[in-house]
Write a protein of this length. Sequence first.
Length: 296
Amino acid sequence: MSTLSPEALVTLDGIAGHQHLRTSRIASVLGNGIGSSALDYAVAHHLLEGAEHAARARNTNLLAWYRKTTTRDLTHLSTGPHILLSPRPENLLRSEISETAYYLIRPDTSPALPEAQALVRAALASAAEHGFGTLLTQHAPVVCLLNRRRLDETLHSWALTRLPGTVFTDYTAHPEVLARDLIHEAAHNWLNDALAAHDVRLPADITFFSPWRGTPRPVYGFLHACWAFSLTVLYARQASRSATGAVASFLDAHLRQQVGQFASALDSLAQALSYVSADALRDRVSRAVGEAMESA
């Protein structure tokens, strides 16, 4: 099996078409003229979710804002090709169907502070330097920074299926660490889009032990972990070569930790992948894990 670059790993036919189709459908529902870029795709889901909230609350002014707003109206929130959000904890929302917190762009959303903008730009530059620029542009165009942490504190990050292209993450003062977490969550968004684009339906009643969670997980969750952690390993391997001090130690620890995790998961990977009906997608996940094992 030949080695693929990170950019080649995340290049898969059908994903862009899936994003364009979803965006055009949302634009039709809202009745606005939103575009067809990856950023438009992410923003469209914020607008759709926000419009639903406003309609349920019978807030006609807010509903009108969500229906008429497009990405062009949000340039004040932009950092290059990304939108950067930095909401206060009390402004995070929770859905009836999920306890996972999230944030929606609103009329009163303020631009992130210059310090946060500089950190994100540096993180994006680090990711791009090591081959993950396309992944973050296409699958993490909206970045939501949450709590600032120290390197020795637990960092939480997540993505939600109903807000594709948006990443929620804690952060430190180190761009390489933020890049790692952006790559991890962008990988989850990528896989969700890839599964949808190739109409892959995974069984919910078949599980495999996930060393990352320490518990059996359905095929969907197991493959998500294998894919996302493999990309962070590939990034950390490259970034650690030029990192120094505490950041170098942090990335090295991540690599060492993943050696054991993948060793525990590897025996189940082939069987889990057998449920992925799309050959190209199955090949991408298999290659990523294989290359992560070689680099770890």
